[in-house]
Ligand binder design. Structure first.
Ligand SMILES: [Zn+2]
Ligand SMILES: [Zn+2]
Length: 135
């Protein structure tokens, strides 16, 4: 317990804002999913989703999620019509530098860059693990 005191004090000291804070602080926690039900357009229920090959689509209620789960590709495409660059500057799996021709994967409307094909495979095996790690 006692050893926590010093880091906490340092943290408190750091909170007096430096002059040059970035304009937009990252949202926290960072939710990388759709926020509107692709069927009704209403806000999602965080507990109402289906998962297909590592991607999740959220719906406004469990009925929507259940009905949609039989055609996952359709609803994934509708929930994430375009992929925006995620903006990672190092490999999301290994933390390595990205080569100029870094391979990309698209996941829940985000285009992530990885350092090599092996990392692509590792990422695909459990995407949420690596994306959650980034913050
Ligand atoms: Zn719905
Ligand atoms: Zn990598």
């Amino acid at each position: 317990m006692r050893s926590l005191l010093i880091p906490l004090l340092l943290l408190a000291a750091c909170q007096s804002p430096p002059e040059s804070l970035p304009e937009s602080l990252p949202e926290s926690p960072r939710f990388l999913g759709n926020t509107a039900c692709p069927i009704s357009g209403r806000p999602i229920d965080p507990a109402a989703y289906f998962e297909h090959e590592g991607e999740r689509v959220w719906f406004c209620n469990p009925d929507c999620a259940e009905k949609s789960a039989s055609e996952p590709e359709v609803w994934i495409a509708r929930a994430y019509p375009e992929a925006r660059p995620f903006g990672n500057t190092t490999c999301v799996v290994s933390g390595e530098r990205l080569p100029l021709d870094a391979p990309t994967v698209t996941w829940q409307g985000h285009e992530l860059r990885l350092c090599c094909g092996t990392c692509v495979d590792v990422f695909r095996s459990d995407p949420a693990l690596f994306v959650a790690d980034l913050d």
